[in-house]
Design a binder for this molecule. Structure first.
Ligand code: CMC
Length: 428
């Protein structure tokens, strides 16, 4: 007999079924609550609301656990490649050698984007933020692949759309940077691996040879793995909710990119470096900024600190911190901003305000430092996050569609006026 919770309201008792996940997470299934009792639940920011059941990513914020399809993030970051992880997230199992080869070949086949995309790109001013450009270009893919507009087409067609978006996002991302630099775009070189191809399209020029530094390419691959999925975060929830109206995968991912852009989500990696730079320019007094972050009358927050679900440590931050040290040593980078970051981390980790609220450096505190060491410009950091998060968005969208989930449509508690009498403008 499945477990039930009892709610007593207005003298009546209601039985609420309890749903249990494979890791013993428990939820009250309130889907019948309003019909039976007239009550809805209220939970701003969905801090304690499960929006779905999902078999993709398991995350335990208290114990700092993150697993994709049951595999520990530590093992995946150490032993696999980004495309292997993408396959795992999207199709549910680690690929065999043959499956991975086939997946890579299919992706390579679709890296080129339609030549007309260049004219859309040319329409953006050079100071356009690359995240806005990327979101628009991804949405524009619906125009070049109109069949993708119907996500209810055959499994093969939907899979074709999945492969296309994985193949084209690095090209579009690199081109959004080229637009900013007012440089000619570089076409994909399909003899290169996923990350090396992206780096060449981003930093190379069409007329010159470009040698990708394998240290940079390997570090980028690891960063993408660490960002590949994070269950029902702001952008993944956006992708699912947009897709729940049967909007296309391109439209849903475009919305996900917009959600990721904000500084409280993926935009934090850019905000971290801007904050560290600002502290440095202001004389490097880290304690002053820690005090500002603690002052409730000051809107300033320490960017890269705190997380909605991790309240002890962010396992991705542990891996990335080590990777950052290795990359900086291998590339011989000596960055003054890094010293500020270390000081900030030391002070904040010992401070009661941060300890009491479970505020620790998150993945974005360190990812910005590595991106900077890899030569990635600051306003491209969140684009890098988007490249990494793509397989997660795709997997979340696909799962939502395959489970035939209903359209997402929360309720609200109305707090406005009750009905009022309309008065003619001449009488007001
Ligand atoms: N600096 C100073 N105080 C903070 C910070 C911070 N970075 N983050 C949270 N707090 C305080 C907040 O003021 C509140 O204090 P009190 O209880 O006294 O009112 C308490 O900690 C809880 O904060 P919250 O805003 O209720 O927590 P949340 O779960 O809604 O927000 C967060 C999580 C990530 C949006 C927030 O910690 C934050 O704004 N961090 C900075 C931005 C950032 O680094 N974001 C990247 C997240 S990791 C990448 C990703 O997965 O997107």
């Amino acid at each position: 007999m499945s477990k039930k919770a009892e709610l007593i309201y207005d003298g009546k008792s209601y039985q609420i079924p309890v749903v249990e996940g494979t890791e013993n997470e428990k939820a009250l299934d309130i889907s019948r609550l309003r019909a039976e009792s007239g009550l809805i639940t209220l939970d701003k920011g969905f801090k304690n609301t499960g929006s779905t059941e999902s078999a993709i990513t398991f995350l335990n914020g208290e114990e700092g656990i993150l697993r994709y399809r049951g595999y520990a993030i530590e093992d995946l970051a150490e032993k696999s490649s980004f495309l292997e992880v993408a396959f795992l997230l999207i199709y549910g199992e680690l690929p065999t050698i043959e499956e991975l080869k086939d997946f890579q070949e299919r992706i390579v086949h679709h890296t080129l984007v339609h030549e007309d995309v260049k004219s859309i790109l040319d329409g953006f001013p050079s100071n356009a933020h690359p995240m806005g450009v990327l979101s628009s270009l991804v949405s524009s893919l619906t125009a070049f692949y109109p069949k993708s507009l119907d996500p209810n087409r055959s499994k093969e067609e939907v899979d074709g759309t999945i492969i296309r978006i994985l193949a084209k996002l690095p090209t579009l991302a690199a081109w959004s940077y080229k637009n900013r630099m007012r440089q000619p775009v570089v076409y994909p070189n399909n003899n290169l691996d996923y990350c090396s191809n992206f780096l060449r399209m981003m930093f190379g020029l069409p007329t010159e040879e470009f040698d990708v530094n394998p240290v940079v390419s390997k570090a980028l691959d690891k960063l993408l793995i660490l960002h590949a999925d994070h269950e029902q975060n702001c952008s993944a929830s956006t992708v699912r909710i947009v897709g729940s109206s049967h909007a296309s995968l391109y439209a849903s991912v475009s919305a996900g990119i917009a959600a990721l852009w904000g500084p409280l989500h993926g935009g934090a990696n850019q905000a971290v470096i801007e904050m560290l730079e600002a502290i440095r320019k202001d004389g490097g007094d880290v304690s002053k900024y820690v005090a500002k972050a603690k002052d409730k009358s000051d809107p300033f927050r320490l960017m890269g600190f705190g997380h909605r679900v991790y309240k002890n440590f962010d396992p991705r931050a542990t891996i990335i911190k080590k990777a950052a040290d290795e990359v900086l040593t291998e590339l011989g980078v000596n960055d003054p901003v890094l010293d500020i970051a270390k000081k900030l981390e030391d002070i904040a980790l010992k401070d009661d305000y941060f300890i009491a609220r479970g505020l620790y450096p998150n993945v974005d505190f360190y990812s910005g430092i590595i991106y900077r060491a890899l030569g990635i410009p600051t306003d491209m950091f969140t684009v890098m996050f988007a490249l990494g998060r793509l397989p997660g968005w795709v997997a979340q969208w696909k799962e939502m569609r395959e489970n035939n989930e209903p359209i997402g449509r929360p309720r609200q508690i109305y707090t406005g006026y009750s009905q009022r009498v309309f008065s003619d403008i001449s009488e007001r």
